[in-house]
Design a protein around this ligand. Structure first.
Ligand code: G6P
Ligand code: MG
Length: 213
């Protein structure tokens, strides 16, 4: 039986993946770089500078470390500006009832997000209290697909890997969950999540084998 559910944040609990995309789109457009939703799939779950590298590689552009940091900062500024307007409509449909159902079943929950802005998002949407642990990009050394973030999440809940299920919208995140020895449900289209054995686009359809109290 499952005792814990570990959620990625952007693109899983909230639509902030759209704002990450728009942040990079602004930087790309300003520089005449090619960037679209398809390329953006490679930026999901990946830290700021690594996301920029995906875009640079796609455009065969080389930059100095200093320039890379400047563009990554620029994207984060645009992203933080967009965050000022987030509201209940940015929460993935069906997520709140799903979190309530898990809480009522005594399932422990954690957020495991690579983003350094994750706590800002959770607080702005009043979601923090659902989660027994929040692990963010500030708490890890090795990014997804390394399992560190999910191992930390499980440990913070006092659970082992085989007691946890992960929800992820990033291929890097699915790989990280598997590397942590956890089952993972992909959120989004299966075509973008080759490592996920199961994908959902709707939380109402999720059946988790939980122990009823
Ligand atoms: C999440 C998003 C990525 C983002 C990363 C780092 O994983 O899916 O698109 O690059 O967080 O976020 P940050 O807010 O620290 O730049
Ligand atoms: Mg994500």
């Amino acid at each position: 039986t499952v005792k814990g559910v570990l959620f990625d944040l952007d693109g899983v609990v909230v639509f902030t993946d759209k704002y990450h995309y728009l942040g990079w789109k602004k930087v790309a457009d300003d520089n005449g770089w090619n960037f679209d939703e398809e390329v953006n799939h490679g930026c999901r779950g990946v830290p700021r500078l690594a996301s920029l590298q995906v875009i640079l590689d796609h455009n065969k552009v080389e930059l100095s470390q200093e320039e890379k940091e400047r563009f990554a900062d620029k994207k984060n500024e645009v992203y933080k500006e967009l965050l000022k307007q987030i509201n209940a409509e940015d929460v993935y449909p069906g997520v709140i009832p799903f979190l309530e159902k898990l809480r009522n079943a005594g399932i422990k929950m954690a957020i495991c997000s690579s983003s350094k802005n994750a706590t800002t998002v959770l607080d702005a949407l009043d979601l923090t209290s659902f989660f027994g642990a929040v692990i963010t990009g500030n708490d890890i050394e090795k990014p997804k697909p390394d399992p560190e973030i999910f191992l930390k999440g499980a440990a913070s809940l006092g659970l082992t890997s085989d007691e946890c299920i992960v929800f992820e919208d990033a291929e890097s995140g699915v790989q990280a969950a598997h590397a942590a020895g956890m089952k993972c449900i992909g959120v989004g289209e299966a075509a973008h999540l080759p490592s996920a054995k199961t994908c959902i686009t709707d939380y109402a359809s999720v059946m988790i084998p939980v122990q009823t109290p």
